[in-house]
Design a binder for this molecule. Structure first.
Ligand code: ASP
Ligand code: MG
Length: 424
């Protein structure tokens, strides 16, 4: 039994949905669990609905018109018959969304966010389910909220693994044992009281990993618009290479340093049960993609580059010229933890402690105020952080060749990091 994940880009229009059905055809005869995200950029559109709704726009038709017409365009191409039952199910879900909006915001933004933004996945799976049926491919539509149990940390639900595993097995095994296809939503969960939660943006990868774990899947596959995991983001690097095989360990390192290809929580459940993860192209389904598994022997073969822009380098020194010691460090780090500010790199000398963090208009002033009570703070903005895994001197030279001023650098055996200012 395999678990597949299709992200927003893989179901962004009618042709993309047809392509998903074609891929599933290639696997007919296998038991499959198919996890699907919201179509295209629907999650962003729903986030916009949230903002406008909280700003006091109470017209639920206005609020949802963009989302309704986007999905309708897809529906009309896939289901030309106006009396197809999909239109009834789709409209029921839209009414459900509009009635939430009509009630007005509760005041708990994050809780409301989960009730509203979750509708993207519900809409996409309703449409894809009906499309598969219309192509003679029976699929069981499962509401993932019935099987993924979380606490009520809105927008970042923490999974209750025991309850979730038993719910998954109870409801999915009977379908899968008969060789069936389960179609369900990524990104969503539900509390014990039955309220919808979400797992954090891009959380559908994580959902697929949760289901793989619960079912002891033989393999999980993420279908993407790229040929696999690349060693650099094509947005910043003209020459990229595909990594054919890396270990779970390396995948976690890469996502820790900011590679955005898979949701960072995805690997652990798979590693815990030794379930291999493939990242494959939904355009070129015959090509191999990337395999992520236990074996570390290929990790060092190709250097990977991770590039972060809009970075801030902070230097923090005690006001009274005392040393940076363990007590200072623990006080300083507690301030970062309280504000939930992630440190990408840290380094200290006798008199100062330096960190590289993302720029953030809201949090940085709060951090500075708190630090300045006891410390002198100097900072530079507009910087870049370059991380190179499995570096050697030629790769470092290549990255620096456009001319960059290095403010701070740090090297361990496998990782080199540079905080730089681009030279204009
Ligand atoms: N639709 C959600 C998002 O865009 C979850 C996902 O795509 O993985 O964040
Ligand atoms: Mg998405």
């Amino acid at each position: 039994m395999k678990v597949f994940k299709f992200g927003g880009a893989s179901v962004k229009d009618a042709n993309a949905v047809r392509n998903v059905a074609r891929i599933l055809d290639e696997y007919s005869g296998e038991s499959l669990v198919v996890v699907v995200s919201a179509m295209g950029k629907t999650t962003n559109a729903l986030e916009k609905v949230m903002t406008e709704w909280y700003q006091g726009n109470s017209d639920s038709h206005n609020l949802t018109s963009e989302i309704v017409s986007y999905h309708n365009t897809i529906l009309e191409i896939l289901f030309p018959e106006k009396d197809h039952p999909v239109y009834i199910s789709f409209n029921e879900r839209i009414n459900q969304l509009q009635s939430i909006l009509l009630k007005g915001p509760s005041g708990n933004y994050d809780m409301d966010y989960d009730q509203v933004v979750s509708m993207g996945e519900i809409l996409s799976t309703v449409i894809i389910h009906e499309y598969l049926l219309s192509k003679g491919k029976p699929s069981a539509w499962v509401d993932v909220r019935d099987i993924v149990r979380t606490d009520n940390t809105w927008r970042e639900g923490k999974v209750d693994w025991d309850v979730t595993t038993s719910l998954i097995q109870k409801s999915l095994f009977p379908i899968l044992e008969k060789g069936g296809l389960v179609l369900t939503q990524g990104f969503l969960g539900s509390t014990a009281e039955g309220q919808t939660t979400t797992l954090g943006r891009e959380g559908s990868d994580y959902t697929a990993a949760i289901l793989s774990y619960g079912l002891d899947a033989e393999e999980m596959v993420i279908w993407k618009d790229v040929p696999g995991l690349l060693n650099a983001d094509p947005k910043y690097f003209s020459k990229t290479e595909k990594l054919a095989s890396i270990s779970y360990r390396e995948a976690i390192e890469l996502s820790y340093y900011g590679a955005t290809i898979i949701h960072p929580k995805t690997i652990k459940p798979l590693q815990n049960k030794s379930i291999p993860l493939s990242i494959k192209s939904f355009v070129d389904t015959a090509s191999d993609g990337t395999l992520i598994q236990e074996d570390t022997k290929s990790d060092h073969l190709i250097p990977s580059f991770i590039f972060k822009v809009d970075q801030v380098l902070l230097s923090i020194s005690p006001r009274d010229f005392s040393f940076i010691d363990e007590q200072n460090l623990s006080d300083i780090l507690a301030l970062f933890a309280d504000l939930n500010i992630h440190i990408h790199l840290m380094q200290n000398t006798a008199l100062s402690f330096s960190v590289c963090i993302d720029n953030n208009d809201r949090k940085l002033p709060l951090l500075f105020d708190a630090l300045r009570k006891n410390y002198k703070v100097r900072y530079n903005t507009g910087l870049e952080l370059i991380t190179i895994r499995h570096y050697d001197q030629p790769t470092i030279d290549r990255v620096m060749e456009d001319g960059k001023f290095i403010l701070l650098e740090m090297r361990s055996r496998a990782t080199a990091q540079f905080v730089v200012r681009p030279i204009p």
